[in-house]
Design a protein around this ligand. Structure first.
Ligand code: FMN
Length: 185
């Protein structure tokens, strides 16, 4: 099995990237043993801000094609959304917009775990709800979702793993749902 994981943030110290990495490691060690993990860094997909005129003049940037190809290669997706002002980060939204111009089926029907993390009590629950609601229109097959907050209370920064027993359980249950009807490991 090939796991594609990323934090939907361009912060080089992204807590969402850390959460996505942790979840993919739990998946590869406990649920789909031996699965291959590919962690994307959104900074490698930086593009001019989408505009119809830019698309008309220059076409779709190679980075959007690379993002689309990375999803194509994956069997399952583990994505953790950073919340900026109640929504996606501009960095992620720009990648989403460009990639949707290749094919609106951005998530390519891959089983997905959607998460979010923030220092606030809701753990980025607003962007998570937005992402989950939009997913069916973007070819998403979201099997489970999980909001982690407040980050400092729910994530152990020494062991790089969730510390809240309820969230640990929820994560395992969500990851198990990714394995049904997917390709054998
Ligand atoms: C411009 C901006 C807006 C933010 N808006 C929210 C918000 O609406 N809700 C929230 O819980 N946290 C908000 N935060 C805090 C982020 O969730 C926090 O910075 C988090 O670390 C971002 O995730 P990342 O580390 O993966 O980039 C905001 C931070 C910034 C810089």
């Amino acid at each position: 099995m090939h796991i594609l994981a990323f934090g939907a943030s361009n912060s080089t110290t992204s807590i969402n990237a850390r959460l996505a990495r942790h979840a993919s490691q739990v998946m590869a060690t406990e649920i789909a043993k031996g699965a291959e993990i590919h962690v994307l860094d959104l900074n490698e997909f930086e593009m001019p801000i989408y505009s119809p005129e830019r698309e008309e003049a220059h076409g779709i940037p190679g980075a959007a094609h690379a993002f689309h190809a990375a999803i194509q290669k994956a069997d399952v997706l583990i994505i953790s959304y950073a919340e900026h002002n109640g929504s996606y980060t501009a960095a992620f939204k720009n990648i989403l917009d460009w990639t949707s111009r290749i094919n609106v089926n951005v998530w390519q029907d891959k089983p997905a775990l959607f998460m979010s993390a923030s220092g606030g009590e809701w753990g980025g629950g607003t962007v998570l709800a937005t992402a989950a609601e939009a997913a069916p229109y973007l070819g998403g097959d979201v099997r489970a979702h999980l909001a982690v907050g407040p980050w400092q209370e729910k994530f152990n920064e020494t062991t790089e793993s969730l510390s809240d027993p309820e969230l640990i359980e929820k994560l395992r249950d969500g990851l198990k749902l990714l394995t049904s009807e997917t390709l054998p490991a």
